[in-house]
Design a protein around this ligand. Structure first.
Ligand SMILES: *Cc1c(COP(=O)(O)O)cnc(C)c1O
Length: 371
């Protein structure tokens, strides 16, 4: 049996909407894009949503819309996908990493205040693997020190903190739609905000610096082509209509993994939702026991047809972060030891019980070394 790491869930509805756009003649900045954006305002009760061609683009635009620049510092987590760090580097903003909590893999909020300097302008939180950060603590610190909050909610669409959707809790929030995310547009992202000024700036920045209402060949500032096409929005609109079902299926699949792993008595750690929050399951991560040979586990899983990947390497140890900012191994021990021991195992909306049983059985054998 072959079980892939990830697989998008595309139905007849996505195909129908894409064909409709193709037939409409409006492939960019059409009605479908507006409807896709509106679906986020309605679903997440937020005033503005600006879709873009990737989550990374939307994060970059968020950083620019806040006016962050060289000399500014932003506090963030090293245990994330590289884009949450790179969006700062694009603008010469210094990433100030603080270590993570060993249970949630999210930023350790007790370490934020000691890292604040006179140059600190914002906290960029990442709800890693769909587990919300402690937003009460983040908000308290941001209020006290007058800092902006950017939420990288790229892995957390539909997750809630005390009943409120993540992605709408800071000054700006971003979701992403790469094919392994909860919902996809092939490639894509969206920026959410209640602030009209940030929204207008974001719309200009994604569209070659044209201010809203400006003529097509008027460029009011340096912008980018970060636009999402209506073909992508068509896929996304169908996915948004099915969001509840998708999230429920993923939650069920995650619960099945937890049960199967417990039943098999595997010595691995899995993520547990915190009491104050609901998770949105992005990938399924297991933390291997200390001393386990992860590369060998991954290789053995592959031999059983099970795809797996180390998830995530710590961002501060990538070459440019080390050379430009002097980060070294040992700087963030919890993040690094987590990076050394976590793997993502196959997880997607329509994963079957049979596939999951095979994964857990294979993982047990891989850990024991029985081939
Ligand atoms: C997926 C993801 C992004 C954005 O990725 P894109 O491929 O650019 O859409 C950003 N941050 C995190 C934490 C992610 O997982």
């Amino acid at each position: 049996m072959k079980v892939p790491l990830s697989r998008p869930d595309i139905t007849a509805l996505e195909k129908k909407y894409v064909i409709k756009v193709l037939n409409s003649g409006h492939l960019s900045f059409g009605d479908t894009l507006l409807r896709f954006e509106q679906s986020f305002c309605d679903t997440f009760n937020v005033s503005h949503a600006a879709a873009m061609n990737s989550g990374t683009s939307a994060l970059h635009v968020a950083v620019k819309a806040l006016g962050l620049q060289t000399g500014d510092e932003v506090i963030t987590t090293p245990y994330s996908f590289v884009a949450s760090g790179n969006c700062l580097l694009y603008e010469g903003v210094k990433p100030v990493f603080v270590d993570i909590d060993s249970d949630t893999f999210n930023i350790d909020t007790t370490l934020i205040e000691p890292a604040i300097t006179t140059n600190t302008k914002a906290i960029l939180v990442v709800h890693v693997f769909g587990q919300p950060c402690n937003m009460d603590e983040i908000q308290r610190i941001a209020d006290k020190h007058k800092l902006f909050i950017i939420e990288d909610a790229c892995e957390a669409i539909g997750a809630t903190w005390k009943g409120n959707p993540v992605g709408t809790l800071g000054d700006m929030g971003v979701f992403a739609f790469y094919p392994n995310k909860q919902i996809t547009t092939g490639e894509g992202g969206i920026l959410l905000t209640d602030n009209e000024r940030y929204f207008n700036l974001a719309c200009s920045l994604r569209n070659q610096g044209r201010d809203p209402g400006s003529d097509w060949l008027t460029h009011d500032r340096i912008g980018y082509n970060y636009r999402m096409s209506d073909l992508q929005a068509a896929v996304g609109l169908a996915q948004m209509e099915r969001l509840k079902t998708i999230l429920t299926k993923r939650e069920r699949a995650a619960a099945r993994y937890v049960r199967l792993i417990r039943k098999a008595g595997l010595p691995v750690k899995t993520l547990k939702p915190l009491p104050d929050s609901t998770m949105s399951w992005f990938v399924f991560i297991v933390k291997l026991p200390e001393g386990a040979d992860r590369a060998l586990v991954i290789e053995r899983l592959a031999r059983s047809g099970v795809q797996s990947k180390p998830y995530f390497p710590s961002i501060h140890l990538f070459p440019v972060y080390r050379s430009q900012y002097g980060f070294n191994p040992g700087d963030f021990p919890v993040s690094e030891s987590t990076s050394d021991r976590t793997i993502a195992i196959p997880f997607y909306t329509n994963i079957t019980f049979k596939e999951q049983s095979h994964v857990v059985k294979s993982l047990g054998e891989a850990l024991k070394g029985e081939d």
